[in-house]
Design a protein around this ligand. Structure first.
Ligand SMILES: [Zn+2]
Length: 591
């Protein structure tokens, strides 16, 4: 922080959130909270809420949230300091000269080092692939067989199969072991040894939009598991924010982007001249991806996922995320005799692919086509269910002319009158508000929970626990010995737990401005937006114990799955079994 927390709190509290946001969004008072149309995503019914009590906002539709500082950062596209200056100006508050921000400088230096490590590693893997050794020869043969020539443009490489070639090479370049471990490319074991994460793999460097290598994917040469291995999340790499091939797609300047699932799909497509192809990195499409897509000025996406069930599911989940960001969506599948775009291109070549590409369907038409396969339209009952499902899909089309065309198609298909389909669609449009109002988690929040079993119950337990701690500071001291920041999941939840344990009474809006990035502010708002409400101490105690057990259980299980030392695994196992016997009693009562 370049300004002290006191100054930040003064500026923040001097700007009333309802007053400030009211200048941008028309807000209606509904039972003490204010609602309006979210300025950060397209919507027709209000799911954007502003709380005067908590001095925070939260959108149930897209997860945008924070305090006045976050709002100005988000709507004016300012950084933390500029947002603070804006708000200080607004209330005629004179900010003092900012302090030097040592922490921020250090963070920058750290990223610089990690980038440098990735650059050296990419070079090392690239050189290894060119060597006159049998490993390299068979890797090159693999690429030859798949006709991949873009080895330089994508900086393809090979990791040697012995344990520490890269580690030694990085050491020669003068990098410290701790930086290497932080880069995710080198791992350390309990005995104090260091070894390469990627061994005996064909290496795909993952370049960000500005062409920096930020991570690697590696495909095993020969047999072994897993077939594909990615870098872990690091300060440089968050897979929910990267698309493989984005650096090359950006250069191609296409308005239409093709999104596929695998490294080889991206390579084959670029190779065949379709440089607008990018790949998701083993993760669902997120709102961060949509921002990246918009950043390279693409306004349409063609989703071309694998034909298997998982591929179709991923595709269906991606549609609303893209639509919500105002991106047009088309869908496409390769022919039934091929499993993915790579195989399709091997079999049929680029000319056929171009024809296939032109046949991409509007997302609604695609979904309706999927539905027709699920139902027997000769059967009256099934035809009715089909029409109801189709109406749901059609109600998501914003363009009236487009919608009309599909309504007519559906009417012809089912023999049900267009008016009846329209009436059914109206029902879903009306129902959209209640759907939007159902709390949804920020995708980024799930990702930030460090890959630990991210099931909903665990996320709810973390949220619930933190809300209790901030709403009832008296509970903090009792819980301190039972739950550590590391156990709650690292990242933002851990930082919040530390803050809670400090025991200073703070309101949510002030906690939010402990974080400088909008991302962290949003996650904090998401974690702390709910006010816990218990009838009495006994009810709270019961809830706290359940949440605590869920969190600890997942922590132990995760630790056990990472640990290689049998003694440690046994200790963790007995700690896990002991959980059931433990009970935290809260005697200070609900205030
Ligand atoms: Zn929103």
């Amino acid at each position: 922080m370049r300004y002290s927390q006191d100054i930040i709190e003064e500026v923040r509290s001097g700007n009333d959130i309802v007053d400030l946001i009211g200048g941008y969004v028309s807000l209606r008072n509904r039972g003490g909270n204010f609602f309006g149309l979210c300025p950060f995503h397209n919507e027709k019914s209000p799911s954007f809420s502003v709380s005067s009590d908590k001095q925070m906002y939260y959108c149930f539709g897209c997860g945008a949230g924070g305090n006045v500082i976050s709002f100005i950062m988000q709507i004016e596209n300012y950084d933390f300091i500029d947002s603070l200056k804006f708000l200080a100006d607004r209330i005629n508050y004179i900010l003092p000269q900012p302090q030097q921000n040592e922490a921020a400088k250090q963070q920058l230096r750290k990223r610089e080092v990690l980038r440098e490590i990735h650059k050296v590693a990419a070079r090392f893997y690239y050189d290894t692939l060119q060597e006159d050794k049998s490993e390299a020869k068979s890797a090159r043969k693999y690429l030859d067989d798949r006709q991949i020539q873009l080895r330089k443009a994508f900086a393809l490489g090979l990791s040697p199969s012995n344990w520490d070639s890269l580690t030694k090479n990085l050491q020669k370049h003068g990098f410290s072991l701790s930086d290497m471990v932080e880069s995710g490319l080198v791992r350390n074991n309990a005995a104090g040894g260091y070894y390469d994460r990627f061994r005996g793999r064909l290496m795909f460097p993952i370049l960000d939009v500005d062409k920096h290598v930020v991570a690697f994917g590696g495909r095993i040469m020969g047999d072994g598991e897993p077939k594909y291995l990615n870098s872990p999340e690091t300060p440089l790499f968050d897979k929910s924010r990267q698309l493989y091939g984005i650096h090359a797609a950006r250069k191609a300047r296409h308005k239409e982007l093709i999104i596929v699932e695998g490294y080889m799909d991206v390579l084959s497509l670029h190779q065949a001249g379709f440089s607008q192809a990018v790949g998701v990195l083993g993760t669902a499409l997120t709102t961060h991806h949509t921002r990246l897509i918009k950043r390279i000025n693409s306004d349409t996406v063609i989703l071309l996922f694998d034909r298997d069930r998982a591929g179709v599911q991923a595709l269906l989940r991606a549609i609303p995320i893209l639509l919500e960001a105002g991106i047009k969506v088309k869908c496409l599948q390769v022919s039934e005799d091929t499993k993915d775009p790579d195989e399709y291109l091997q079999k049929y070549g680029a000319a056929h692919f171009r024809v296939l590409l032109d046949s991409a369907k509007n997302h609604a038409a695609f979904r309706i086509e999927l539905l027709t396969k699920e139902f027997d339209l000769k059967n009256t009952e099934q035809r009715i269910i089909f029409t109801q499902e189709a109406a749901k899909v059609l109600s998501s089309i914003d363009n009236a002319i487009e919608a009309d065309a599909y309504i007519r198609d559906t009417a012809v298909l089912t023999g049900i009158a267009p008016q009846a389909i329209r009436a059914e669609m109206d029902k879903h449009r009306g129902a959209r508000f209640s759907q939007e109002a159902a709390p949804r988690e920020l995708p980024s929040l799930r990702q930030s929970l460090r890959g630990r079993q991210n099931d909903r119950g665990l996320l709810e337990a973390r949220k619930g626990m933190l809300s209790v701690l901030f709403a009832y500071p008296s509970v903090n001291q009792q819980l301190k010995e039972f739950l550590s920041p590391d156990e709650i999941g690292g990242g933002i939840p851990a930082k919040l737990l530390e803050l809670a344990y400090l025991g200073e009474e703070k309101n949510v809006a002030d906690i939010i401005s402990q974080f400088e990035s909008l991302e962290e502010q949003q996650q904090t708002a998401e974690l702390l937006k709910d006010q816990p409400n218990f009838e009495n101490t006994a009810a709270m105690e019961k809830a706290v114990n359940e949440m605590w057990r869920t969190i600890k259980k997942s922590y132990f299980i995760e630790r056990m799955s990472e640990e290689t030392d049998l003694n440690v695994i046994n200790t963790l196992g007995s700690a896990l079994r002991n959980l059931e016997k433990q009970y935290i009693s809260l005697n200070n009562g609900v205030k």
